[in-house]
Design a protein. Structure first.
Length: 338
């Protein structure tokens, strides 16, 4: 009979392979969905719909996107309070904005992690503090996701196509589990005596209940702003809860498949779930505008800001120019007496 230690080792060896297989299957399904949808799209219709989009809707969508980026840029202010560092508010928000823009377009390892560690370390923070700031930011973002997505899925507000009805009970059960997970975190922040959370092997002291509620408010508002932006670009022709629910499904699909910027995943999920209520060409036109406004424009701004900051930091840390020795045959000028 195998020992408990051997059984535990076998289980630990089996789980990573199972997770990889599930991820590959999910990735394959999403890839098939993207290819299948791309073959059925009339791309001339897409460009025509994008070109004829109302200016008022574009301006409102741009405003909603700017508010979302501004709100997300304040997530690290919670990390500042959590760690007690004293960097100025503008510096923290600028660092978060740059990291978020690169995170959206290049993935969390490059943006969310890499840029935060590089910029904060250049500003004098130690790795432990940076890790805790990153942990608080990630928790804030996904805590709101858990509660908001869970509420929408469990309530049945997400209107899915008739041929997907078989998935509705499963979606409602999943929604209930997501809500319970979010409420569990809140309960731990208010009631736990251990006051310690382990996140990917890193120990984080639990924030206060008041900060946890602020995390929920900020994150849910941010996700709702993103949903409102897409809803506006769709000319409000589909119910807002449905648009928000599909955006939340697309977000987790992009994370699971590890596709940078969720390129193609976002569009495929929207077309698959909403093409029975709106022409696919018009859906794609709205989503391409959304991607340009929310992903690419902030990336361009963040790139300029990052290069500017790097230039300033290099000049600030550059050694002062050394004094040149006087030419031979000419005595050095005497230092005047005071």
């Amino acid at each position: 009979m195998a020992s408990p230690e051997a059984t535990g080792l076998a289980a630990r060896a089996w789980w990573p392979w199972a997770k990889r297989i599930v991820t590959l299957l999910f990735f394959g399904a999403v890839l098939w969905l993207i290819v299948h949808q791309a073959r059925t799209i009339d791309w001339s219709e897409v460009w025509q719909a994008a070109a004829s989009h109302p200016v008022e809707g574009l301006l409102l969508a741009a405003l909603l996107g700017a508010c979302s980026h501004l709100l997300y840029s304040s997530f690290d202010l919670l990390g500042r309070r959590y760690t007690g560092h004293t960097l100025p508010t503008a510096t923290v928000m600028l660092t978060t904005f740059i990291s978020y823009a690169f995170n959206l377009n290049m993935g969390s390892l490059v943006g969310g992690v890499g840029f935060r560690f590089r910029l904060y370390s250049r500003l004098g923070l130690d790795n432990a503090s940076i890790g805790r700031i990153l942990g608080v930011s990630m928790l804030t973002n996904w805590l709101g996701y858990l509660l908001l997505a869970g509420a929408i899925f469990a309530s049945g507000l997400l209107e899915i196509p008739p041929n997907w009805r078989i998935a509705e009970p499963t979606l409602q059960v999943l929604g209930g589990l997501l809500v319970l997970a979010g409420l569990g975190y809140l309960a731990a922040c208010f009631l736990s005596k251990r006051r310690l959370l382990v996140l990917r092997g890193h120990e984080l002291p639990l924030p206060t209940g008041r900060m946890a509620l602020l995390q929920v408010l900020m994150s849910c508002t941010n996700w709702m702003l993103m949903g409102a932006m897409v809803w506006t670009l769709l000319d409000q022709r589909i119910g807002y809860p449905t648009v928000l629910g599909v955006l939340l499904i697309a977000a987790i699909a992009g994370v699971v498949t590890h596709v940078p910027a969720g390129l193609g995943v976002l569009e495929a999920v929207f077309v698959a779930l909403l093409s029975d209520r709106m022409p696919a060409g018009e859906l794609l036109a709205a989503l391409l505008i959304y991607r340009g406004m929310y992903y690419l424009v902030p990336l361009a701004v963040a790139t300029v800001l990052h290069l500017t900051i790097e230039g300033r930091l290099l000049r600030a840390t550059a050694p002062p120019p050394s004094r040149q020795a006087p030419p031979r045959g000419r005595p050095a000028s005497p230092t005047p007496l005071r």
